[in-house]
Design a protein around this ligand. Sequence first.
Ligand SMILES: Nc1ncnc2c1ncn2[C@@H]1O[C@H](COP(=O)(O)OP(=O)(O)OP(=O)(O)O)[C@@H](O)[C@H]1O
Ligand SMILES: [Mg+2]
Length: 310
Amino acid sequence: MNEPTVLALNSRTREVLAMGREAWEMIGRTPGYIVAERPLREGAITDFDVTARMLRLLLDRVGVSRFNRPRVLVCVPSAITAVERRAVEEATRKAGASMVRMIEQPLAAAVGAGLAIDEPVGNMVVDVGGGTTETAVFALGGIVSSCALRVGGFDMDAALQAYGREAYGTALGERTAEEIKMAIGSGHPSFDGVSVRVRGRDLMSGMPKAIVLSSAEVREAIAEQVDSIVSATVTCLGQAAPDLAQDIMYEGIHLVGGGALLRGMAMRIAEETGVRVKPVEAPLECVVLGAGKCLQFFDSMEHLFLASGR
Ligand SMILES: Nc1ncnc2c1ncn2[C@@H]1O[C@H](COP(=O)(O)OP(=O)(O)OP(=O)(O)O)[C@@H](O)[C@H]1O
Ligand SMILES: [Mg+2]
């Protein structure tokens, strides 16, 4: 299953009304007492109870009952702190797991993309998600160098909302901002030349208002986020040992995550690193596919997991 990390709650009773896509559809159009909550921000748990409840709902949805206490492998940002790690572990246990293991997202992505990570050859993954971006170079089953940024697609959406307010005095919804980004957003001027008409709310009058945004404007509005993602990739590659960098020149950079689908992202990374970017078969799913493979071959993959947070 593939769902956005969001819950709709009744703010009076804290009852969960909807999860995932269904809750996301509710954002921005709920009556006052229904609130949409994202229990994770920038890759970290911000609301422990809501996270545990969401994990429980996820387990229910995939048919795991409260009684068979599953083993759970959670993919986490590689920049996770010890405190955050404990929070992930506790929340997962509270949701009914008998055993919790964690794996760094870029490593899971590399497994999911079928890269030969156990070989003495350098490989590089850049994972641009919603709240985080992770770039990592692997060899011999481990991360050799990595750069993690707490910047991702959500920050681009927020930057677009800020642009709407500043340039047009118009409040754009979170979902509208994401739709604009996906429709005409890009990280490279070669994608300029289109525009989109969107609805927002006039900040002065409070009335509905339509504005037209061009792709060049959108590109400018999200440039700061895109630039920082591209420069983290350059930095990470620069930290790799010369022989590994040589391997990566040959193997290419593997770009994954939803943010990788932004137009021109691959082109910018290729231009600024001088290394070609190789398409991955399932850029949005390779983290979870990699985690699945790790569970399937648990014993031979265990060396990839993070040591327990306790
Ligand atoms: N076609 C697209 N163009 C641009 N951005 C996209 C596209 N499709 C998805 N995204 C963005 O990708 C982000 C989600 O990516 P992904 O599913 O990889 O994140 P995640 O793994 O849930 O988050 P994280 O890795 O930060 O924990 C969202 O911000 C979404 O707007
Ligand atoms: Mg991710």
